[in-house]
Design a protein around this ligand. Structure first.
Ligand code: FE
Length: 203
């Protein structure tokens, strides 16, 4: 089926061209138009859902990361595109939220002297962010994860982590893993695309 998949660039372009908060990303990665139709709204935010849970920033956070959304030149590794919305609990997209991403390289090591695999961006007018990066490696005691801070002006910063659904065994062995922070990960023809929508406590 791999030849039916879009490239990451094509898939993200299609996602960015859509304007509804309720786009089901999975359908957009397939090149068959019949399968690529937009499904009914399935938001991760809503009256029955709380805000995205917070988790520790861990020992490897470096403040003042550069504005950077493409980490691919920072380190070798398997291509991974991370996309999503920042919304409030009523599913309203939050523009200009600052999403700060940092993570280990493919061998599980952090750059603690510079800003490789570290960067931030502001969400667009529809509350969307897109990072181009690599799949991080695991390191002792931790399953595979991304670290993220989401800052909305005037609000407390959300600090959390994102997890990979393909690592069930390692996830279950990580004491701070939380299934509510699992990305939805789909294959593109040239890598993987992970989707996670952050829901923040904003009126
Ligand atoms: Fe970490």
């Amino acid at each position: 089926m791999a030849n039916h998949l879009l490239t990451r660039r094509q898939a993200v372009g299609r996602w960015l061209a859509a304007t509804s908060i309720g786009i089901a990303a999975r359908t957009l990665w397939l090149s068959y138009p019949a399968q690529a139709q937009v499904l009914p709204e399935t938001p991760s935010c809503g009256p029955d859902d709380g805000a995205t849970i917070s988790q520790t920033e861990g020992p490897f956070y470096t403040p003042h990361s550069p504005a950077k959304r493409n980490f691919r030149a920072d380190a070798p590794g398997a291509a991974f595109t991370l996309i999503g919305f920042v919304t409030n609990k009523r599913c309203r997209p939050i523009a200009n939220a600052v999403v700060d991403l940092w993570h280990a390289d493919a061998s599980g090591a952090y750059d603690n002297s510079g800003f490789r695999l570290r960067g931030h961006q502001a969400t667009d007018a529809l509350g969307r962010y897109v990072f181009e990066t690599i799949v991080p490696g695991m390191y002792p005691g931790r399953t595979r994860h991304f670290h993220v801070k989401v800052a909305v002006p005037g609000q407390r910063v959300l600090t959390t982590q994102l997890y990979f659904p393909g690592d069930a065994r390692a996830n279950s062995g990580d004491s701070i893993f939380d299934h509510r922070l699992l990305m939805r990960v789909d294959n593109a023809s040239d890598g993987k695309i992970g989707r996670y929508d952050f829901v923040v406590n904003v009126a």
